[in-house]
Design a binder for this molecule. Structure first.
Ligand SMILES: [Cu+2]
Length: 276
């Protein structure tokens, strides 16, 4: 019996599996990918994860098909065979490999660079001079990390500092993330925001909530004994609810606000405070 064309068989199996699996993965699995679509930044990250998953599916399918095919068809049966012919290089295989991998890597590099300047990149801490930023006039919220809680300061509302976070829906938010002591990280998962909090540093990140609801806030940098205690639930609310909330906070914390340090983009650690 003549040797069948293994290459053609694998190619057909691979194409068939890719054609079936890729739409299933992209349509069924991708919409559930983190971090969801509560903000334009989060939704941008889901889009990027979907694209990467769409590219990765045929690659994974090729590995699975080849592995299964080799296990079944290339399995040795019968007596010990003679040693095979030494194969040294194959121009077609080498060329295909170089072209295919170069195309995938270059696409990922260009795609990633373009996307990081848009919504997808705006949720990451960009330092004091952000590149990806929304147009218009965002609401400024300073996130102040400290052992072991986040507090929030609103410079456009008299510099009031609040222990919890509420945000208005359909409004760009400009987070200014900083720290009073150790290195922390402000991670608001469903907002698609994660930014390091360093003392004396103003780390800017953006998010535009597109739906009301709650979101998780966590410290994502081991920052001491009660690091695990640095979690809270924030709320995205309607603009009128937000206005009512922030006015209430201004009234409630008026005595504290008078005694706060003046609003600053970064605060240096208090030596006395660190000494305990
Ligand atoms: Cu922390």
């Amino acid at each position: 019996m003549p040797e069948p064309s293994h290459f053609r068989r694998i190619l057909i199996l691979w194409i068939a599996l890719s054609v079936i699996a890729t739409p299933l993965v992209v349509i069924l699995a991708a919409p559930g990918l983190p971090p969801g679509d509560a903000t334009s930044e989060a939704a941008g990250q889901v889009t990027d994860n979907t694209v990467l998953l769409g590219i990765a599916t045929p690659i994974a399918a090729l590995l699975v098909v080849y592995f299964a095919y080799a296990l079944i068809v290339f399995r040795h049966r019968g007596p010990e065979p003679d040693e095979g012919v030494a194969i040294r290089g194959d121009n077609r295989v080498q060329l295909t490999w170089i072209v295919a991998t170069a195309a995938i890597v270059l696409f990922a590099a260009v795609y990633g660079t373009v996307r990081i300047f848009g919504d997808s990149g705006a949720g990451g801490g960009q330092g004091p001079n952000p590149i990806a930023k929304p147009s218009g006039d965002p609401l400024q919220v300073q996130v102040i990390a400290q052992q072991w809680a986040f507090t929030y300061r609103f410079p456009s509302f008299g510099g009031v500092e609040t222990p919890h976070l509420e945000l208005p829906v359909d409004q760009d938010v400009e987070f200014h993330v900083t720290s009073l002591d150790a290195i922390h990280s402000f991670w608001a998962h469903q907002l698609g925001v994660k930014a390091d909090a360093n003392p004396g540093v103003d780390n800017v990140a953006y998010a535009r909530p597109t739906e009301t609801g709650s979101f998780d806030i966590r410290c994502a940098e081991l920052c001491g004994l009660f690091h695990g205690h640095m979690f809270d639930t924030g709320q995205v609310v309607s603009d009128s609810s937000f206005q009512a909330w922030i006015r209430g906070q201004q009234r409630e914390f008026a005595p504290a606000t008078r005694n706060l340090n003046p609003y600053n983009r970064g605060y240096l650690p208090h030596p006395e405070r660190r000494a305990g």
